[in-house]
Design a protein around this ligand. Structure first.
Ligand code: ZN
Length: 339
């Protein structure tokens, strides 16, 4: 009971990339960079295991950003001529590449780090990919002329890589869809449809992560405009409950999301965010256990996975390590209390 996992990303060591940034510059290039990425992956596998997590990820050490890491391996995208675009409904501006031709994968995207992860832990493994709707919201379209058509084209590419990750031995493939909390109507209709298409035919566990973003200033400011109760999940959860996706990852601790919305996910595994990624303050195991216990009113124990609210990428390594430990210790405490 109570598996423990991270949402996806972890801080990159200073020798791999700039610290504290969402789009950090790499510190080396070529073979040296490739080696540094794998060394950092190995380091975080060890740290997650030592903290006591039961599901292990690669920490996204090999990608600069959770969306662009995938796009770099896609044909039909012009990375040379990036344009400034307002993303997540204009919450912030980003320099994004442009889709200029039919999309196709250049080959495998995450083979090296997925196989490294599988080879170096005996525990269950989770691997993250960006979701189709979030990709469409993070790239400029100069070719398809229609968001849904382009989302379905990306879903097919994601499906190709997801099936390969499954063949690499990955146990859980998770699609990250922060855009689901922004485009509520579209998320419940074509967003979930595109997501199911990305997960089509997978026999491993499938998951979706929906959050209110990293703990960066633009997101903190946005959250202030959302009012006292955040009911965004209310729109998309019924569509996800009716979908083929097995697990849903959501924000909980220090969030204004009413806990009872979790009841809308009956039948699904729920990855409950018990670690705040917008605060450097490290949770106590007691706080983590209390958040788990609050979620248990709406999610049966056998369906509950304790998780982080979102990725830990922009944090310091020391804080991230302490938070992983608090996550595992808090889950152990909640388990012991129920035994
Ligand atoms: Zn997130």
């Amino acid at each position: 009971m109570f598996d423990t996992a991270i949402a996806g990303s972890l801080p990159k060591p200073a020798w791999l990339a700039e610290t504290g940034k969402l789009w950090p510059k790499w510190q080396s290039e070529g073979a040296a960079l490739a080696q540094a990425k794998l060394d950092a992956t190995l380091l975080w596998i060890k740290v997650q295991e030592d903290a006591g997590l039961t599901v292990i990820g690669d920490g996204e050490m090999s990608r600069q950003h959770f969306v662009h890491g995938f796009l770099e391996r896609v044909e039909g995208i012009d990375f040379e001529h990036k344009v400034e675009m307002g993303i997540r409904n204009d919450r912030y501006k980003a320099m994004v590449p442009q889709v200029v031709a039919p999309l196709a994968l250049k080959g495998r995207v995450h083979e090296t780090e997925a196989r490294l992860l599988r080879a170096h832990t005996a525990r269950r493994t989770k691997f993250t990919l960006p979701g189709p709707m979030t990709i469409v919201d993070t790239v400029a379209d100069r070719f398809y002329g229609d968001r849904v058509t382009m989302a379905m084209a990306f879903a097919d590419l994601l499906n190709q890589e997801a099936r390969a990750l499954e063949a690499d031995g990955i146990d859980v493939v998770q699609f990250d869809e922060p855009a689901f909390n922004v485009y509520l109507e579209e998320a419940a209709t074509w967003g979930v449809r595109a997501l199911e298409r990305a997960a089509q035919g997978l026999k491993c566990t499938t998951a979706v992560h929906i959050c209110y973003g990293y703990g960066i200033q633009a997101n903190i400011d946005w959250k202030k405009t959302l009012g006292q109760e955040w009911r965004q999940y209310e729109k998309v959860f019924p569509a996800l409950a009716a979908s083929s996706i097995d697990q849903v990852s959501l924000e909980c601790i220090h969030s204004h999301v009413p806990a009872e919305l979790m009841a809308l996910l009956a039948g699904k595994d729920v990855m409950v965010g018990v670690i705040d990624v917008a605060s450097e303050a490290v949770e106590t195991p007691e706080e983590v256990a209390a958040t788990i216990e609050r979620a248990l009113r709406y999610v049966p124990g056998e369906h509950l996975i304790a998780c982080t609210n979102c990725g830990l990428a922009p944090m310091s390594r020391a804080v991230a390590e302490a938070k992983l430990k608090a996550l595992a210790d808090g889950a152990a405490l909640a388990r012991a209390r129920r035994a």
